[in-house]
Design a protein around this ligand. Structure first.
Ligand SMILES: [Zn+2]
Length: 256
């Protein structure tokens, strides 16, 4: 893309952020990255590019496959908050259905037992660093499982989009995915990402200036993906009324 074209898309985003400014509002963002199990060069790259900008990461870790070394890595990089990402990221949906691990395809008790084991293993690995947020694989969770997760000690769930299956628990959703999963997990263009971000900020403005979540998947990023994420983070970090927040700080206590 031509430089001027990219500039044009950031201009739309700037115009939207100016609306927030006019209302005296700071746009809050959080970054969630999914599917970690071990230390890889890509994870180190993500850690470095966010650490230099003071951006916290909610790192969704697959409990059943998580390696001990990841525990040490997280403890030495406090900007990273690991979160339970299902149990083994296994699809239990039928053929032709959307992939789901925490859906209604198995008895709720069975799913919750697995989630409890997942949480205990993650506490063993990460101790008090562990997030109180549950991140369902493929961002899908059955309403009853979501409600039951509260009894296991989870205080919130992080899915995708603005709709949630119930209001029994706090939702800390992401809204902009930098990857196009329908196109072989390729990078979205900077124009697509900034347009989506602008559209979601408009929605957030009408939802009492709600925070907006950005989603990445370090293991599948190609060079273009890294470049786009880098450009986006750089742009946002240079805006006066943008603040990066810890996803756990967004949790709202909901009484039973
Ligand atoms: Zn995942």
């Amino acid at each position: 893309m031509e430089k001027s074209e990219a500039h044009e898309h950031f201009a739309k985003l700037s115009a939207e952020l100016a609306h927030w400014s006019k209302h005296g509002q700071i746009a809050r963002f959080f970054l969630r990255d999914d599917d970690a199990i071990e230390i890889t060069p890509d994870l180190i790259h993500l850690q470095k590019m966010t650490a230099t900008r003071n951006i916290p990461i909610l790192l969704a870790v697959i409990p059943n496959f998580a390696k001990c070394e990841l525990g040490k890595f997280v403890k030495s990089h406090p900007q990273i908050t690991p979160a339970v990402h299902g149990f083994s990221h296994e699809n239990h949906a039928g053929k032709g259905e959307k992939k789901t691990e925490l859906g209604a395809h198995r008895p709720v008790d069975q799913v919750l037992r697995e989630l409890n084991d997942a949480r205990l293993k993650m506490i063993g690995l990460f101790g008090h660093h562990l997030s109180d947020i549950l991140v369902p694989p493929w961002n899908r969770i059955d309403g009853y499982v979501a409600a039951g997760a509260k009894g296991l000690g989870f205080r919130a769930i992080s899915g995708f989009g603005w709709k949630n299956p119930n209001n029994d628990i706090s939702w800390i959703n992401t809204h902009v995915d930098i990857i196009n999963w329908r196109k072989n997990a390729s990078a979205k263009s900077i124009a697509e990402v900034t347009d989506e971000l602008t559209a979601n900020l408009q929605i957030a403005r009408n939802k009492a200036f709600a925070p907006v979540g950005i989603l990445s998947h370090h293991l599948v990023h190609n060079q273009l993906c890294w470049h786009i994420l880098d450009e986006l983070l750089e742009y946002l970090c240079n805006q006066k009324n943008v603040k990066w927040v810890n996803a756990d700080d967004l949790i709202v206590n909901i009484d039973p």
